[in-house]
Design a protein around this ligand. Structure first.
Ligand code: ADP
Ligand code: ZN
Ligand code: ZN
Length: 734
């Protein structure tokens, strides 16, 4: 018997091993882990299939060193989903499958809950065997005798015992330690899922809920609801029904959408445990949550991208909140899209899925238009909240102080004077995005990237936001020696600076990756906002998502033009989404909200559509442009990216690859290759990058061509000095 094993290597293939000479009665099933020799290392791999034959001579096959599981760690459905995703994203199978597992399982640890070491009295222990003067030891032994199921050292200490004497008792044969494996509680009783009453639904919510309730089996819903319309309430009530049916719910949220507030709402509503998978968990906590989900004791699992691979004993519903968010797409290595995989998974599980957003991705709207998703709409805000009022602030020929116009500051004074809060959005952290020489005009660039160094004031240094390189601030210009270096452009630190000058009596709260780097700092800022006192929030897109600030009545976008003229064909879509998400923070409670967009292009059609109409109208216009340009969602894209230490190598590599591949097989109809071209930022982190775009009307020929290109790339003699990767359905940076 031969085992075909997926190993975490960059190779697009399985590896054959044989069972050890002394085989177990039954060979381990596919989905079990094994430890195998690989070159001069040992790797942990997953058995994919059993086979009778191998392309290798049998005498050359190495035996498996250790079988780690008796039961598969991946259930067949997830295992298949992983294999499907590896094929779809054209990623090496071993690396893809390993990413389905928590880190501790990748390292070979047992798929078991953390065990506790407990102490108990030995079978023949009795107090008579201790001298009557050994008070402490007698007390401790009595404690053990009182706890025949075992007691932890912490509990002993809590009861006044002295754990350090345990070894003395052990040496006398009176006490022993043992490993205790906690068994998770069984699924809670279905009738007791609620802790607080659900809100009575408004008309549109009720209609949406009715459609959800009528769904049986796989049904994908696109829940398009303006910010504050009560999407979360729909999620909560849909989950309630899932729990009542004895099933589990999986909720995916964007990386920075997982606010303590969101979590608090879930925990307040339900009596069942809500398990969270986020990036701050230890590997052990991650594994425990994974085990709880697999066991069925985790009834609700909320997590970011990789949570899509959480095993569920009894799944009933998948929700993807803010489904348009780019963080669902992994941007390196195994470049899967968690939203898209969620739809595939729901299909295989035969359960409904809700994709929710105030600004759905054009891909999702297209799927709804084609009848693949059912569109549910919430067009009004819930409760007493009114939609915010939009206004464009034309800043042409207006004097600005650190990006703030006179008119904006006047409006801020108005709102603050009425005792409410103001939020300013600027998607650029640091003091200024560049440092320029006043004499010769040269700008300080990163030596490793085609990018300027960002000036930071606290602490003072230059920082490249692309490769993380940090340097002291130079005293003189490297080109001309002049000492008059000046900050050029505005970042959040600089805006904060100006705000402190103009509003000396108002707390200024800056929210960006720098100001929140320390633990608890974001929580402290949020606590201050929720105190309700007047304040000014200034921040990056960390502010844009998920937050509910009932006292914020004015939201201003300092630079609404930032994405209007991007070379990325998705630039407009991303800009519109960001503007509406930020605007959605305004006036979410009883106080009406106002949204100001500072712009140099007040007549720009997209800005006009956004302020006078709604996202669907904007999306409809954008969709026409995409259709006319044969761009996604009306075409499918894949990128072959390459990078190398010398300029030109990557591009040349891709050119040869394309030429060789197309020599043996002509381009199928409806498929096009574009490039190779240098990437939009050619040099990054010291590497020169290039990309080849493949566009196709249908996926079949696209994937066939990609597979051929990958085959060529693996065999290419330059494959070693050029690093290349594949990105199917790319969303960024091309
Ligand atoms: P979204 O997720 O669409 O942004 P939320 O579900 O967070 O919207 O709802 C916004 C606010 O409206 C919340 O404070 C929520 O409690 C409230 N809300 C939602 N649904 C209702 C309802 N049916 N009646 C009253 N208030 C509601
Ligand atoms: Zn100079
Ligand atoms: Zn750099």
């Amino acid at each position: 018997m031969i085992l075909r094993i997926a190993l975490p290597t960059p190779l697009h293939r399985l590896f054959d091993y044989r069972l050890p000479v002394d085989p177990p009665a039954d060979p381990p099933a596919p989905g079990c882990r094994v430890r195998v020799p690989f070159g001069n290392r040992e790797l942990i791999g997953l058995i994919v299939e059993h086979s009778e034959h191998s392309e290798m001579p049998l005498t050359k096959l190495k035996p498996v060193l250790e079988i780690l599981d008796r039961e598969p760690v991946l259930d067949p459905l997830l295992f298949d989903l992983g294999r499907w995703a590896a094929r779809y994203y054209q990623h090496p199978i071993g690396d893809a499958l390993s990413q389905l597992l928590p880190v501790l399982l990748r390292q070979g640890r047992a798929a078991e809950f953390a065990h506790a070491t407990l102490w108990r009295a030995s079978a023949d222990a009795s107090l008579e065997r201790l001298s009557s003067s050994a008070h402490r030891q007698r007390e401790l032994l009595q404690l053990l005798l009182d706890h025949p199921q075992g007691i932890s050292t912490d509990a002993i200490r809590a009861e006044g015992g002295q754990p350090r004497l345990l070894t003395t008792l052990e040496e006398k044969g009176l006490a022993e330690s043992f490993a205790h494996h906690p068994q998770p509680a069984n699924a809670a009783l279905t009738e007791q899922v609620l802790q607080e009453a659900p809100l009575p639904l408004h008309d549109e919510q009720a209609a949406a809920m009715q459609a959800l309730q009528a769904a049986t089996g796989f049904t994908p819903f696109l829940l398009y609801g303006v910010t504050g319309s009560g999407k979360t309430e729909i999620y909560l009530q849909a989950i309630e029904r899932t729990l009542m049916a004895g099933r589990q719910a999986l909720v995916l949220v964007p990386e920075i959408g997982l606010t303590p507030q969101t979590l608090a709402r879930f925990r307040a509503r339900f009596r069942v445990p809500v398990h969270v998978l986020h990036s701050n968990l230890s590997d052990r906590e991650r594994l425990d949550t994974w085990l709880h989900a697999r066991h069925g004791s985790a009834r609700i699992v909320i997590g970011t991208r990789s949570a899509i691979f959480t095993p569920l004993k009894n799944p009933g519903l998948i929700i993807v909140d803010e489904e348009h968010d780019a963080s669902f797409k992994q941007q390196d290595g195994f470049r899967y899209h968690a939203r898209d995989l969620a739809v595939v998974r729901a299909n295989r599980e035969g359960i409904p899925i809700i994709l929710g957003s105030a600004t759905p991705a054009l891909e999702s709207l297209h799927n709804a238009a084609e009848g693949r998703y059912r569109l549910l709409r919430l067009s009004r805000r819930a409760g007493n909240a009114k939609p915010p009022r939009f206004e464009l602030l034309d800043i042409r020929q207006q004097p600005l102080d650190a990006g703030l116009s006179q008119e904006l500051m006047r409006r801020m004074h108005d709102h603050l004077g009425r005792g409410t809060q103001v939020m300013l959005f600027l998607n650029r952290r640091g003091f200024s995005p560049s440092l320029i020489c006043d004499q010769c005009g040269s700008v300080v660039d990163c030596t490793r990237c085609d990018a300027h160094m960002t000036l930071h004031r606290s602490p003072p240094h230059l920082h490249c936001h692309h490769c993380d390189r940090q340097t002291p601030i130079p005293r003189a210009c490297a080109q001309c020696g002049s000492t008059t270096l000046k900050p050029l452009g505005i970042g959040t630190e600089r805006a904060e600076d100006a705000l402190q000058r103009h509003f000396p009596d108002i707390p200024i709260l800056r929210v960006d990756r720098d100001s929140t780097a320390r633990k608890q700092s974001l929580e402290r800022i949020m606590a201050q906002v929720h105190s309700g006192e007047p304040c000014i929030l200034i921040g990056t897109q960390m502010l844009a998502k998920g937050h509910h600030f009932p006292r914020v009545t004015l939201v201003a976008i300092l630079d609404a033009d930032a994405g209007l003229f991007s070379a990325d064909f998705r630039g407009m879509e991303k800009t519109a989404q960001l503007i509406l998400q930020v605007a959605g923070r305004a006036g979410r409670a009883d106080h009406p909200g106002e949204v100001l967009l500072q712009t140099l292009h007040a007549e720009h059609p997209m800005l006009q559509t956004l302020i006078s109409s709604d996202y669907l109208t904007f999306a409809g216009q954008e969709m026409n442009l995409r259709r006319a340009g044969a761009l996604p969602p009306f075409a499918h894209h894949a990128l072959l990216r390459a990078e190398a230490t010398r300029q030109g190598w990557a591009e040349q590599f891709l050119r040869e690859l394309a030429a060789q591949t197309l020599q043996t097989r002509p381009l199928p109809p409806g498929v096009q290759t574009i490039g190779p071209f240098p990437s939009p930022m050619e040099k990054r982190g010291g590497l020169y990058r290039a990309q080849l775009l493949i566009a196709a009307r249908s996926r079949g020929p696209l994937h066939a061509l990609l597979a051929a290109l990958i085959g060529q790339a693996q065999a290419h003699p330059q494959g070693r000095r050029v690093r290349w990767t594949v990105d199917v359905d790319p969303v960024d940076n091309y």
